[in-house]
Design a binder for this molecule. Structure first.
Ligand code: ARG
Length: 563
């Protein structure tokens, strides 16, 4: 139940239509200091309509409000402060969480609507970058958040597996490639050939002609070209999959750019039919002046397609296949202008789902101040960052809990979780510099801290054995329990907020807040003491465990029971 709604309803009755329940709801605040109540209504928003001083309005309201559902209601200056009935509220919240378990906070506002999410989307024959990592974990979390809000997300990995660079790669491989090397370490070696191509074509421009020919062959379905391309793609995918496996992220489809190679004509015909294609210096463009954007180049003068040509085909395909409620693209903020152009072109075409196209940008990420890039000699490979983190987590766990049975498994969950959480706790558009040591700490705002709080709750429950957990008559009045219960009650609204903003950090910040209030509670109370309130205290611990685990799950982070 939404308690803010209850407060709004009580006020609405009292103001007799002077303000709608919805407007009242939106004005209700959550006082920082709990001495000022659990909710507060600023009476000055009624001053104009009622033509009275706010203080007077507040005092009048107190007289009119049905107080039976609250512990007390007070007028303080221009505010009406509401104190919830702790006994009713506590039993209500805890029994809801315990009854619902992991489905606490679910809602069906998405009405099962399909939402294709374009995420990860690394480029074949290149290392997967930290930017692709962000896209992967942000996209994966948004997918879970949407599911919790009743949508049906479809995670589509739009691989960069097409383009003239594959002509270059084929030429380079045929000249200098070694099959065994590619099999052993595909990305490193393919990058090496590619870099060498760019060095040698400075003096041998004929290499570029050869590359163009080979790309043309590839487009025309030539046997050898296709065999090599397929093989490069498969080898690259193997190494990407090893990373996805470590991250615990799965995809529904891998329809990369190549998948749309034979589907571009429809979009071009569509543009032509609507008179949107214009010639400009031999090339075909769509004018976007109306949107205050530069023209979008759709076909080069030699008729070659571009990134956007394939994206138009992609959007048409997704539109037809899924009839999407929304269309999401989780791609770095450096492509913001590009996605504005794409959306404008699709709007001009009248593609039904174009209005609900959302580019979900995110900022840059560096590791210990270093940027990852393909061209520079010193590249930090994502795979190595993950392994470092797992090893460091294992060292910490071995020191903290030498008797833990499944250390390797837990180290993986903590090491990987630290990286995912360390990313997702930041508002996604912020740039972040990642310091592994910091993110692996068990204290502070980290993944391991939240995981550890969950494991602490689980450990208490194990010690309690089969003591009854009963949320029915929960009269916990100490401030730490009360804060924890109120935080638990905030979870459903947080799930909605995170969906509206496509913002996993809302969930991560919530998880930190819940872990903190719970740890304060833990420090202040003797949970396992034998008295009348023991089963209520256990209900609180159980609820915290359920909601922390569910919050972490929404972020794509595991929650070990012991660590
Ligand atoms: N492969 C691209 C890159 O690494 C990202 C693709 C994003 N998705 C899309 N539909 N354009 O920059």
């Amino acid at each position: 139940m939404d308690y803010k709604q209850q407060v709004a309803a009580a006020l609405s009755d009292a103001v007799d239509g002077a303000l709608s329940t919805e407007d009242i709801y939106n004005k209700i605040e959550r006082p920082k200091d709990s001495k000022m109540g659990d909710y507060a209504f600023p009476a000055f928003v009624l001053a104009k309509v009622l033509k009275k001083a706010p203080q007077q309005i507040a005092t009048d309201l107190i007289e009119k409000i049905d107080q039976s559902k609250f512990e007390k209601i007070q007028a303080v200056g221009p505010y009406v402060n509401f104190f919830l009935d702790k006994a009713i509220f506590s039993s209500d919240v805890l029994s809801q969480v315990i009854k619902a378990g992991a489905s606490y906070g679910d809602n069906d506002s998405g009405e099962g609507g399909n939402v294709p999410i374009d995420l990860s989307s690394p480029n074949i024959a290149k290392p997967i970058s930290m930017g692709h990592l962000r896209s992967t974990v942000i996209g994966n979390s948004i997918s879970e958040i949407l599911k919790k809000n009743g949508y049906n997300p479809i995670k589509d990995n739009h691989l960069g597996d097409w383009g003239t660079q594959f002509g270059k790669l084929i030429v380079a491989y045929k000249k200098w490639g070694v099959e065994e090397d590619v099999k052993k370490d595909p990305i490193t070696n393919l990058v090496k050939y590619y870099v060498r191509f760019h060095k040698e074509d400075v003096d041998q421009p004929e290499l570029d002609d050869e590359a163009r020919e080979w790309f043309k062959k590839l487009e025309d379905g030539d046997k050898e070209a296709t065999r090599l391309w397929t093989w490069f793609r498969e080898e690259s995918l193997k190494s990407f999959n090893a990373i996805y496996e470590k991250l615990g992220v799965e995809f529904d489809t891998f329809n990369g750019e190549a998948f749309y190679n034979d589907k571009m004509q429809e979009g071009i015909d569509w543009l032509k039919k609507m008179g949107l294609l214009k010639e400009s210096q031999g090339a075909q463009v769509v004018d976007l002046e109306k949107y205050n954007l530069n023209p979008a180049l759709i076909l080069k003068s030699d008729g070659a397609s571009l990134y956007i040509t394939r994206d138009i085909a992609t959007a048409i395909y997704r539109d037809k296949t899924y009839k999407p409620a929304m269309n999401l693209y989780v791609v770095g903020s450096e492509q913001t202008y590009y996605f504005q152009q794409l959306k404008a072109v699709l709007l001009e075409m009248g593609l039904p789902s174009a209005k609900e196209l959302h580019h979900i940008p995110f900022g840059l990420i560096t590791v210990n101040g270093k940027k990852l890039s393909t061209r520079s000699g010193r590249i930090i490979l994502l795979d190595e960052v993950l392994d470092d983190s797992i090893n460091m987590a294992k060292k910490q766990i071995s020191e903290k809990n030498p008797d833990l049975p499944n250390k390797d498994e837990v180290a993986k969950q903590v090491g990987v979780g630290a990286i995912i959480f360390g990313d997702l706790k930041n508002e996604r558009t912020n740039s972040i510099d990642f310091n592994l040591e910091d993110q692996l700490r068990f204290e502070g705002e980290t993944g391991p801290y939240v995981q550890y709080s969950h494991a602490r709750a689980e450990s208490i429950l194990r010690k309690a054995g089969d003591t009854e957990i009963n949320a029915d008559n929960t009269i916990m009045t100490d401030p730490e329990a009360w804060d924890t219960i109120k935080t638990l009650a905030d979870f459903p609204a947080t799930v909605i907020e995170a969906k509206e903003e496509f913002e996993p950090s809302d969930i991560a910040k919530y998880a930190i807040r819940l872990a903190k209030t719970f740890n304060k509670y833990y420090a202040h109370s003797k949970i396992l003491e034998e008295d009348d309130e023991k089963s209520a205290r256990l209900a609180l611990v159980k609820s915290v465990s359920v909601v922390l685990k569910e919050s972490l799950r929404l972020l794509g982070v595991q929650a070990p029971d012991q660590m």
